[in-house]
Design a protein around this ligand. Sequence first.
Ligand code: LLP
Length: 418
Amino acid sequence: GSPFLAYRGKELFLEDCSLDELAGRHGTPLYVYSQAAMLAALAPYQRGFAGRDHLICYAMKANANLAVLQTFARAGCGFDIVSGGELERVLAAGADPGKVVFSGVGKTRAEMRRALDAGVLCFNVESEAELEVLSQVAVAEGRTAHISLRVNPDVDANTHPYISTGLKGNKFGIAHDGALAAYRRAAELPGLAAAGIDCHIGSQITTPGPYLDALDRVLDLVEAIEATGLTLQHLDLGGGLGIRYTDEQPPAADVLIGSLLQRIDARGHGHRKVLMEPGRSLVGNAGVLLTEVLYLKPGEAKNFCVVDAAMNDLMRPAMYQAYMRIDPLRQRDETPVTYDVVGPVCESGDWLGRDRALAVQAGDRLAVLSAGAYSMSMASNYNTRGRAAEVMVRGTEAQLVRERESVADLFKGERLLA
Ligand code: LLP
């Protein structure tokens, strides 16, 4: 949970704003974020790296709202991007492209060109084939692409299989055994300059072990690579630190970074710049999704609480069977009843929470917690539902930072047959 989200009397507040009041003003479904909670989540990263050459690259896929990007840019962060669209968002937020690392297994030539022109810090390259193409594009543009190879350390992050990325047999990164040859190839290719090495082993990781294992594997590679006469400057250890959705106890970022730096120093790599790419842990517990109860539908096997938010607004429960806590915006004194909280979309998978004890009536509003990460950023228009509005609160102030999508927005660009 977040210290910024708490009941005052029977009413749920985010910072100094009543969420029921915000839902009344802006309608539901509504995402609301706390800027103070985001900065408070960033602080242990900054503390962990204090006095060291480092760059915290917020993985903006977690939440790409421009006001969120602006918040992290002003706090000195760089960004981890995975598409040309994300690059345009970074630029629109007024952030420094020189602090951007560009990840992803399928960068197009057009995306590479735009990123080279913008002057990104580094391309995190995921295959030898991508190296060849990036070299061609860089030469054609008359620029040098600074690169890091994403290596696959083959460690198990012990997380959901869909968000585990560091094992052999998934599409990400270059196999440990192939990394040395890939760096040699990169050194031969024109237009490329090796800057570092990176890995990312998965997401919602709740123990330090997998990070330290991955770090050891990466440092083994760095030593092997440098033994051939090549040099690398930075180590990018990716993102992945988990948050508390229910009873998880992930390490604090400063504690994790402390052990990583200790290992880096112990192995004689203390002179290197260290990058990390946190997403979820910077924003996950800084946001909530507000929704209104439309109908209560008691049944023989189950009671359903039908709300106006759905899987198109928040896909994590449907996609990963993720648990996200659900609390009322105003507490009632009645005895709670067990409900499945479901949305209006025509899929049995459209649920937000199962078997939740809630004292609610139609017209009440609920908050789905920990919805600052991978929530709005994964929203779709399925069932021709407009995407929710987003609000950022700062103390007693609340600012709309994205308008609700209108019906006209929904089929903008479509054409009837002639
Ligand atoms: N760096 C790279 C290369 C990544 O692929 C990711 C996330 C991150 C950094 C940030 O990881 P984080 O700190 O947020 O764990 N949609 C899923 C999570 C997918 C994560 C994808 N990659 C979910 O809702 O759980």
